[in-house]
Design a protein around this ligand. Structure first.
Ligand SMILES: Nc1nc2c(ncn2[C@@H]2O[C@H](COP(=O)(O)OP(=O)(O)OP(=O)(O)O)[C@@H](O)[C@H]2O)c(=O)[nH]1
Ligand SMILES: [Mg+2]
Length: 405
């Protein structure tokens, strides 16, 4: 039995790492009307420059950027362990072209580019919440409620397209295939029969009540409206100050400008979240290298976290994601899992072989290492635990896995 703290050289001796899958990095597709600031926000978040300009349909090809998940706990762990490297969890953002009313019928750039976000875990809809007569709005007025409706209807219509193709395929299977395939085609058709009327009424797939079998049967459709969606209010600096008073989340309530209020209302009705981001401010913040400078800059504005952090944390909440850590002299690293994941599942995020050969995990919580300072002292205090296959990993756990290869 070997005690592994994961290092690249260990991984090289194992089978290839798990593919980029749903329990690895979070990925997030950015949608919205043209010229509302999607690429501006994308660039600010990912420090990967994307063309942003004051004309609709500036973006044609998708921009893809990887963003580190800000987590002060990882910074603290690194201060304690002084590892050779520190690796935060990552989020991938995909910035695509703007959608307009009638996109499903080919208006604007059409909706083909939505295929680039079929595989993402969460959709972030950017809504223009600032006044600026110099910045063109495709419908010549800033109206968040109307804009959100337009986008949500276009996303539903795009899914309706997918649905029709899938239905045709299932219909054919029902006619020509063997019994077993016919059975699964029937499950597909029963799911689609429930989904169809919802989409025709502009309602998202996620609002449709499906059995687990039905969900599995239509999983390959990758419906965009089946994914959780959160709203990003692109505000100006005054809007940002108002949002701060509201805690930059739905929970806060408080004062915010009327545009933000409209977005929050819709988000609340959908059981989702709305976060405020000032693209311009984020760009300035992103240009600061030093973490302490960033914090000072945020504090000056009365902010606890950047818009980026707020967006990522909202995505984590919406998707029920949790973080655990591996920590040692060689590496401190944050990993993303789903709430309720067992210890072997968490091990599998690091490497599929860790899950297959899982024996047990040594665990303590982040709070323990902060309280006691060293692993030895955690052990003395009896807080260093050995957990088995059944253990449900908690947010903030620091873990070592023992496994057989
Ligand atoms: N005043 C103001 N202007 C902004 C803000 N955010 C973006 N803009 C401007 O709005 C214009 C459009 O921004 P983009 O980021 O290109 O918009 P987009 O949504 O990516 O547009 P498409 O790619 O065409 O769909 C640019 O001129 C930006 O500088 C903001 O918060 N305030
Ligand atoms: Mg753009």
């Amino acid at each position: 039995m070997v005690r592994f703290n994961v290092r690249l050289c260990d991984l090289l001796t194992l089978s290839p790492p798990s593919p980029y899958n749903e329990h690895m990095a979070l990925n997030c597709g950015i949608v919205g009307l043209p010229n509302v600031g999607k690429s501006t926000i994308f660039s600010a978040l990912s420090s990967a420059p994307a063309e942003a300009a004051n004309y609709p349909f500036c973006t044609i090809n998708p921009n893809i950027g990887i963003v580190n998940v800000p987590d002060q706990r990882l910074t603290k762990l690194s201060e304690l362990f002084k590892p050779e490297r520190t690796i935060p969890a990552a989020v991938e953002f995909v910035d695509i072209a703007g959608l307009v009313k009638g996109a499903s019928q080919g208006e604007g750039l059409g909706n083909q580019f939505l295929s680039h976000i079929r595989e993402v875990g969460v959709i972030a809809q950017v809504v223009r919440c600032f006044d600026d007569p110099d910045i063109i709005h495709v419908s010549n007025k800033v109206d968040p409620a109307d804009d959100m409706e337009t986008i949500n209807v276009e996303l539903a219509l795009a899914d309706l397209d997918t649905l029709q193709k899938r239905r045709d395929r299932a219909d054919r299977a029902l006619k020509v295939q063997a019994k077993a395939e016919q059975k699964s085609a029937e499950t597909v058709l029963s799911a689609l029969a429930k989904i169809g009327p919802a989409l025709e009424n502009g309602k998202p797939v996620r609002s449709v009540d499906l059995s687990d079998d039905e969900k599995a049967a239509v999983y390959d459709c990758h419906f965009i409206t089946a994914k959780p969606q959160l709203y990003v209010c692109n505000v100006d600096e005054a809007g940002m100050k108002a949002a701060i008073a509201g805690g930059n989340s739905l929970a806060g309530g408080g004062q915010a400008n009327a545009y933000v209020e409209a977005v929050r209302k819709r988000a609340a009705a959908e059981g989702s979240e709305a976060v405020c981001i000032c693209g311009k401010f984020e760009a300035e913040l992103g240009s600061l290298e030093d973490e302490a400078d960033k914090l000072a800059f945020l504090e000056e504005l009365g902010l606890k976290e950047s818009g980026l952090s707020a967006l990522i944390h909202a995505s984590y909440r919406l998707l029920g994601l949790r973080t655990f850590f591996t920590a040692g002299a060689d590496e401190c690293r944050a990993w993303t899992i789903r709430a309720g994941d067992s210890a072997p599942k968490a091990a599998g995020v690091i490497h599929t072989d860790f899950e297959k050969g899982f024996i047990k995990a040594e665990v303590y919580s982040y709070n323990d290492i902060i309280q006691y300072g060293t692993e030895a002292k955690i052990k003395e205090a009896g807080k260093y635990r050995i957990e088995g296959k059944e253990y449900t990993v908690q947010d903030g756990d620091v873990m070592f896995f023992k496994f057989n290869v």
